[in-house]
Design a protein around this ligand. Sequence first.
Ligand code: HEM
Length: 144
Amino acid sequence: MSLMPPPTTTRNTQKPAQKVALQPGFGPLDWAKLKSSSEDLRQVDWNCPVPISPKMMSLHRRKPDSVDDEIWCSFSGKVYNVTRYLPFHPGGDKEVLRIAGKDGTDLFMKTHAWVNIDYMLDECLIGFLVPNGRGVQDALIDDE
Ligand code: HEM
């Protein structure tokens, strides 16, 4: 009889972690510190959450036709400006950029449902998702 453990315990069936190496100064504690500093991480003209439509959000995705260099996205009906969070994301900025200008709830829940996004991004909250036409700046957006 062999003393080797059964093969099921020796085979690694789990997907490897995809954490990336973050730059010095961009760890979880650094993000917590930045959040509790007086720095404005929302980077918008308003100081309380406003109604934001999918169309408005889609303009903020760092593409050639975007209105600026900022990344907005939504999770569970809340819209965040995640621009400042990108270098702090343990899974790398590219993963977050996949949902730039879009709703990221499904992808987020598939990847790490255990992460408390309300807490992680509280200082980046800029609005609540509403249907197109009902957003605070929708009247200013061209319909082509
Ligand atoms: C902007 C919102 C997001 C926040 C606040 C966030 C937060 C986090 C946190 C805290 C971790 C570390 C989790 C842990 O160690 O257990 C993590 C890891 C990760 N995130 Fe995100 N995330 C966000 C969006 C996304 C999106 C949209 C994706 C796309 C798929 C993604 C993919 C990943 C991956 C692949 C990892 C590494 C998972 C691992 O350790 O195996 N994240 N994220």
